[in-house]
Design a protein around this ligand. Structure first.
Ligand code: ADP
Ligand code: GLC
Length: 491
């Protein structure tokens, strides 16, 4: 099968969150199953052209946006020796450091144009390189318009007319909703500006239109797929998703263990495995030193690596972290950035509790790996979590997750059973300061009072296998269903 993935992020080129990890790993897993996969990304100003061996591929490419033809260039790199990644170069939209927003987290005002252009340019590239995919696989609202353009715009194109579309939703709270004045630039005719398709309270909703036109839609865990079919977690998309019937489903993300395993992690001072755990002690010491925590292997460390956005529940955690620090013998290592209030709060906490909390406000791959390896527990008190990758990484590092049971967190973490000593993490159900307080307390008391259970849970956690192979097979099944349910030209 020939699959073209269109995404705004992909490791190692451009990343703000888990989407990049997924798009960096899934193509390789599909390739191993014998499929041909290419990835199309924007050429952001922050992408290191030389380091990644990127080269000019084709120029110019003419992209029809509304009534005008806009010209861009395409560059190419080979990722991990097997996956061709194409980059749309259009300086007017992408020659800036941020992917979606400036350094103050203000969304770029021209995002509706940037990602409409990107979605259309990606399809135009396939035509210009004479590459006829069986499936176009678009990720999130940034690429969702590709699903529409396949059915209206490219429906008679010799290379794209027979391509089916799969849209993967990594986070339904981000939909790309913009003023209807952008409709003309997108080139989607007014007929599509209807509530069942793109219209959303007088505005244009990219994700909603993408859902409508995709032959199959999925999200990144079975529980989140259920949660988004009704109620507040659907963020208004329930009718659109329910209209898809069984053509909307959930596939759990996998993990690229080439990047996320203590057995091969280049950021750890000493590598380790379930059989040889000394390296975890070395990572803990390094973490305590790096985050200016009291160096003591007996005190448990709880790690946090997160975007600071409402989704992640760190505002709720902020309401109890100080009582926890005052009353429990525990340490925290926090890495994250985003909301300025939370950055300020977690940034100043180490000053108030020296030796007990360390924080780094910013983005650092190196520190994120050190926190996974050196921590004893990993906290994710998410309001909602489509899949969540850090808790799955944590399992492999023998770092027991403490999570709110929602979405993929619920699907991947097994609750600790205090009688049997089984499970691989600690779950709570209601997102409240009290629930976080008692669940953290439960984990910390287990550390001190039932160390044998911690050892058993670590072993169980590290034995779990969430490699991409299983999920990639499920994606192949979705591609087959998208092809079988192919709806051809739209309205
Ligand atoms: P989301 O995509 O919602 O942010 P995930 O758990 O799926 O959540 O993925 C988050 C990814 O981003 C992980 O690979 C995590 O390590 C990484 N990450 C998040 N914040 C940071 C940060 N400040 N520094 C480094 N990596 C980060
Ligand atoms: C989104 C979600 C996260 C998921 C990631 C990758 O950013 O917030 O839960 O793991 O996408 O699918």
């Amino acid at each position: 099968m020939k699959i073209a993935m269109i995404s705004s992020e992909c490791v190692p080129f451009a990343k703000t969150g888990g989407l990049a990890d997924v798009v960096g790993a899934l193509p390789k897993a599909l390739r191993k199953l014998g499929h041909e996969v290419i990835v199309v990304l924007p050429l952001y100003g922050s992408i290191d052209y030389r380091k990644h061996g990127i080269e000019l591929f084709i120029a110019p490419i003419g992209v029809r946006m509304g009534n005008s033809l806009e010209w861009c260039a395409v560059h190419k790199a080979i990722c991990d020796g097997v996956i061709s990644v194409y980059f749309i170069e259009y300086d007017k939209y992408f020659q800036r450091d941020g992917l979606y927003h400036d350094a103050w987290f203000n969304d770029y005002a021209d995002n509706p144009k940037r990602f409409a252009f990107f979605s259309r340019a990606a399809l135009q590239l396939l035509c210009d390189m004479n590459w006829a995919p069986d499936v176009v696989h678009a990720h999130d609202w940034q690429a969702a318009l590709a699903m529409a353009y396949l059915k209206i715009g490219y429906e008679n194109d010799p290379f794209l007319a027979d391509a089916a579309g799969l849209l993967t939703i990594h986070n339904i709270a981000y939909q790309g909703i913009y003023g209807s004045e952008h409709l003309d630039y997108t080139g989607l005719n007014r007929e599509n500006f209807r509530p069942e398709i793109f219209e959303d309270h007088g505005r244009i909703n990219y994700l909603k239109g993408g859902i409508y036109f995709a032959d199959m839609v999925n999200t990144v865990s079975p529980t989140y797929a259920r949660e988004t079919r009704s109620g507040p977690l659907s963020c208004g998309m329930a009718p659109s998703l329910n209209n898809k019937g069984d053509r909307y489903t959930g596939v759990l993300n996998g993990v690229d263990y080439a990047h996320w395993s203590p057995e091969s992690d280049r950021y750890l001072p000493v590598k380790y495995s379930a059989q040889e755990m000394d390296g975890k002690k070395a990572a803990k010491k390094r973490l305590q030193e790096t985050f200016h925590l009291t160096v003591d292997e007996k005190i448990p460390i709880i790690g946090i690596v997160s975007r600071f956005v409402a989704q992640k529940g760190l505002d709720v955690f902020a309401q109890v972290v100080e009582p926890i620090l005052r009353e429990m013998a525990v340490q925290f290592a926090v890495l994250g950035s985003g909301d300025k209030g939370l950055e300020h709060y977690y940034g100043m906490l180490p000053g108030r509790y020296p030796g007990k909390v360390g924080s780094h406000i910013g983005y650092s791959d190196e520190l994120s790996h050190l926190i996974e390896g050196g921590s004893d527990f990993f906290l994710m008190p998410s309001q909602y979590e489509p899949c969540g990758l850090n808790q799955i990484y944590s399992l492999k590092y023998g770092t027991l997750p403490i999570v709110r049971a929602t979405g993929g967190l619920d699907d991947t973490v097994e609750q600790y059973d205090e009688k049997a000593g089984s499970g691989n993490g600690f779950k709570f159900y209601v997102l409240s300061p009290t629930a976080i307080y008692y669940t953290v307390g439960w984990a910390v008391s287990t550390w001190y009072d039932r160390p044998a259970h911690i050892t058993a849970m670590r072993r169980a956690a590290m034995a779990k296998d969430f490699s991409w192979e299983t999920s990639a097979k499920q994606y192949v099944a979705l591609y087959e269903r998208a092809i079988a349910g192919f709806t051809g030209a739209g309205i």
